[in-house]
Write a protein that binds this ligand. Structure first.
Ligand SMILES: Nc1nc2c([nH]c(=O)n2[C@H]2C[C@H](O)[C@@H](COP(=O)(O)OP(=O)(O)OP(=O)(O)O)O2)c(=O)[nH]1
Length: 132
């Protein structure tokens, strides 16, 4: 099975990170994730992330430091997830497909039930400190 290349945004505001709960009826329903999605063949990871955030959260982000890339094999295929630290440029994130949004302090993020591909990124971000 082909690898599914995915990008996720850890959007930071006031020292907290936006965590998003996947909606019912989707793969990995109810799991927490970073907003984002699949990278199209012609896109860089950053281009894909800008597009996905615009489409899914109806706002614009500045993409910063790459946190990590990690792979996890689900029953439907292998997801290769790259996570970036992002900041809001304009607009406020709005829910169009997620069940819930939560702004969470980095150290509290590991308490949520994350999609398995996200665990290393969450551990890395949990050790970071952002300006309030
Ligand atoms: N956006 C996002 N996807 C993630 C994360 N962790 C993780 O395993 N995934 C998986 C879920 C999906 O299988 C795939 C991302 O595709 P997508 O965001 O386009 O998902 P989707 O629900 O629209 O598509 P589908 O898989 O339900 O067909 O990667 C994450 O932190 N963010």
């Amino acid at each position: 099975m082909a690898t599914i290349r995915v990008v996720g945004a850890a959007i930071v505001q006031n020292g907290k990170v936006l965590c998003a709960k996947r909606g019912a009826g989707k793969t990995l329903a109810g799991a927490w994730e970073f907003p984002g999605g699949k990278i199209e063949p012609h896109e860089t990871p950053q281009q894909a992330l800008e597009r996905e955030i615009q489409e899914e959260l109806l706002c614009q982000v500045a993409i910063g430091q790459q946190v990590n890339t990690a792979s996890y094999t689900y029953d439907f295929g292998t997801v290769e997830l790259t996570v970036f630290i992002c900041h809001l440029l304009s607009g406020e994130p709005r829910r169009t497909e997620h069940e819930e949004f939560r702004w969470v302090l980095p150290e509290d993020m590991p308490k949520l039930q994350w999609a398995p591909a996200d665990h290393d990124a969450v551990t890395a971000i949990a050790a970071m400190h952002f300006e309030h």
